[in-house]
Design a protein around this ligand. Structure first.
Ligand code: ATP
Ligand code: MG
Length: 387
């Protein structure tokens, strides 16, 4: 599970997203077609990519077709190809997306937009594994795994006569529904942190921690544009705000205009911890993500290069922030900058273990690492006799 999160960047710890990831793992290796359903911005494309990358076709082509963006007059030729002269402007034989995707996967995005005639042809391709180019009479075999995505409820489209029932039945054998963000609010802090770290990393700028009060506001917002909206929000805050930390005023300022209507008070956020404690946990978790990044990079590179230096600098930024912070109970004694990362890590693990009275499960959870990694580190740092 952790592997999928890391490899394909599907972030989240809600039961809902874990279920999605479990299904992805189960169905990816087969050739069966899959229907992904969810509101705009929930991560349908991300999941489709993970399905391809986890399949036996991962080295084959991965072709994305946005059915809603192609004019209905040309979609058939785009999908199945055409013979020279079959219509005005077709000056040479051309293969379509299905042939391009041979031995790989095709993502038919916004499948609900497919014109009725094309739906018939698609069903035939799904059933017989062959296509016929426009203007030709011979069939050609294609070996393609089909993933379809939609933000429309296809059963309603069927009832309204806009989508063929036989094609719907064929596609929905395996349906992966990705719930909207407001139905899995636990994912919001993790996603926000992830986007902040990634943004800081990509633009080589200092990471800005987000205060618990600000996070609380983010968790309450309705995010009608789902994960995409959250990602855009994080990026705009980074660009437009110069402050060192992201506080509640910043969040209200940016979300206020568009979100006043939509702060959702029906779902109280489960924040029953002391504010300082929440803050400390957030910082610790962030430190550990960075630490894990560094380990990853070190593993991949034999010698230090620019990326290590950037990550080390980011680590220093955060250490400095912790040092300067008014939050006195972040008990990182000594000058963080004078200590090695191992020493800082050892300290944090020891303190967290103490806090949770030696519970490795709780400690691992608070630090955002697997229990197995925690056990390894406890052994490595000789912390066994302290807990
Ligand atoms: N669980 C997640 N973890 C990390 N990033 C995510 C997650 N879900 C979505 N994203 C990011 O949010 C953005 C929108 O996701 P994506 O394009 O997959 O949405 P979509 O469901 O295909 O939307 P649309 O219906 O509008 O095409 C992308 O940048 C994607 O990487
Ligand atoms: Mg999409």
């Amino acid at each position: 599970m952790r592997n999928i999160e890391e490899q394909y960047n599907i972030i989240g710890n809600s039961d809902e997203i874990k279920q999605v990831i479990r299904t992805v793992e189960q169905v990816a290796p087969s050739d069966i077609s899959i229907l992904i359903y969810g509101e705009s911005g929930v991560g349908k494309e991300l999941v489709a990519k993970a399905l391809h990358k986890l399949s036996l076709r991962k080295h084959g082509p991965y072709v994305i077709v946005n059915c809603g963006a192609i004019p209905s007059g040309t979609i058939e030729s785009e999908l199945f190809g055409h013979k020279k002269g079959s219509f005005t402007g077709s000056v040479e034989d051309r293969k379509g997306f299905f042939e391009t995707a041979h031995k790989g996967t095709i993502l038919l995005d916004e499948i609900g937009e497919l014109p009725a005639e094309t739906q018939v042809k698609l069903l035939r391709t799904l059933e017989q594994g062959e296509i016929t180019r426009v203007g030709e009479s011979i069939s050609r075999k294609v070996d393609v795994r089909v993933i379809a995505a939609t933000n429309r409820e296809l059963s309603k489209e069927v009832n309204a006569g806009r989508f063929r029932q036989d094609l719907y039945f064929r596609l929905k054998t395996i349906m992966i529904r990705i719930p909207p963000l407001r139905e899995r609010r636990e994912d919001i802090p993790m996603l926000a942190e992830h986007f902040m770290m990634r943004y800081a990393d990509e633009h080589n700028i200092s990471y800005k921690p987000i205060t618990p009060q600000a996070m609380n506001l983010l968790t309450k917002a309705s995010w009608e544009g789902n994960v995409r909206e959250l990602k855009n929000f994080v990026e705009s805050v980074f660009v437009l705000e110069d402050g060192k930390m992201i506080g509640p005023e910043t969040v209200s300022k940016h979300l206020g205009n568009i979100e006043e209507r939509s702060y959702d008070t029906r779902f109280p956020v489960k924040v029953n911890k002391e504010t300082d404690q929440v803050e400390r946990e957030l910082i610790l978790r962030q430190l550990f993500h960075i630490r894990q990044d560094v380990e990853d990079i070190k593993e991949k590179l034999s010698s230090i290069d620019e990326k290590d230096i950037v990550t080390m600098n980011k680590m220093k930024d955060i250490s400095r922030y912790i040092q300067q912070s008014d939050t006195h109970d972040i008990e990182l004694e000594n000058e963080a900058e004078d200590r090695t990362m191992e020493e800082i890590e050892r300290d944090i693990i020891a303190k967290t273990l103490e806090k949770y009275y030696g519970s490795k499960r709780k400690t691992a959870r608070a630090l955002g690492m697997s229990e197995r990694t925690l056990y390894r580190k406890i052994k490595e740092y000789g912390l066994n006799n302290r807990v």
